[in-house]
Write a protein that binds this ligand. Sequence first.
Ligand SMILES: C[S@@+](CC[C@H](N)C(=O)[O-])C[C@H]1O[C@@H](n2cnc3c(N)ncnc32)[C@H](O)[C@@H]1O
Length: 297
Amino acid sequence: MKTEKDLKKIVKDKYSKIATQDKTVNASSCCGSTNSTNKVYSIMMEDYSETNGYVEDADLGLGCGLPTQFAKIEEGDTVIDLGSGAGNDCFVARHETGRFGKVIGVDFTSEMINKARTNAEKLGYNNVEFREGDIDNMPVNDNVADVIVSNCVLNLVPNKSKVINEIFRVLKPGGHFSISDIVLVGELPKVLRDDAEMYVGCVAGAIQKNEYLNHIKEAGFKNITIQKEKIISIPEDILITYLSKDEIKEYVSGEVGIFSITVYAEKLGNFKQKPNLKLSELESNSTSCCSSETNCC
Ligand SMILES: C[S@@+](CC[C@H](N)C(=O)[O-])C[C@H]1O[C@@H](n2cnc3c(N)ncnc32)[C@H](O)[C@@H]1O
């Protein structure tokens, strides 16, 4: 039985490798290699390339939805992206917030943070910041965010209710989230549930859809809505590495469903205020907000 610490280490190791290998290696291992994990990523991923604010270098093909498309981000908003990777959703969110908003990406893999910071620097964005930290204990003050997004990350976190309580803490009253993630209906075969590659590939760490929605409700969120739901099928050539032919038949014809969902919820209240706060008020580890681009000081 793996501990929380073991699971986090497996996840960090995997994503630091993904961050440091060339994007073409990631892409080529998606199609046709024996690396089943990357195949799982590619079957979940949505096409971002037509999205406003899209930055190719930040898209490592690791998402399972388009949360920013549903997140109702407004100009001037402060947005936090949980498990920001190379910054894919942060840059799309930046397009919506504009230069007077603020986007904070949080990720615990330092190689991902480095990659995301390099991408932000290349774009000259000084209102997109990446903080290294665990999303179950976020390096962010209370009541800071108007909107939270996340793409295919909570399934990787062992203690999901802890993250959801953290989301409640850092959202302003009146704020909301749109999160894309993987959930299950029915039990996965034990061999898939126990496999480390299936864990880092966003399948084995997923919990039951009802349980997921209950955690959100128990944290105090209201108006919980599923904005999008898509079934994910694991191709037979991946299943064959785990199951016999008879077990595959049983699995495919059975009741188990793997779903990518985008879920929305609100923290009720009336704290949303514009114009935006000064950066020093937003940050626990603050940096200056003075810049020629924002003129915000
Ligand atoms: C499947 S990738 C998704 C990356 C990004 N959201 C995207 O769509 O490109 C998962 C990311 O979540 C990060 N992650 C996983 N568990 C985390 C945790 N507990 N705290 C912070 N980041 C975490 C990983 O380092 C990785 O960058």
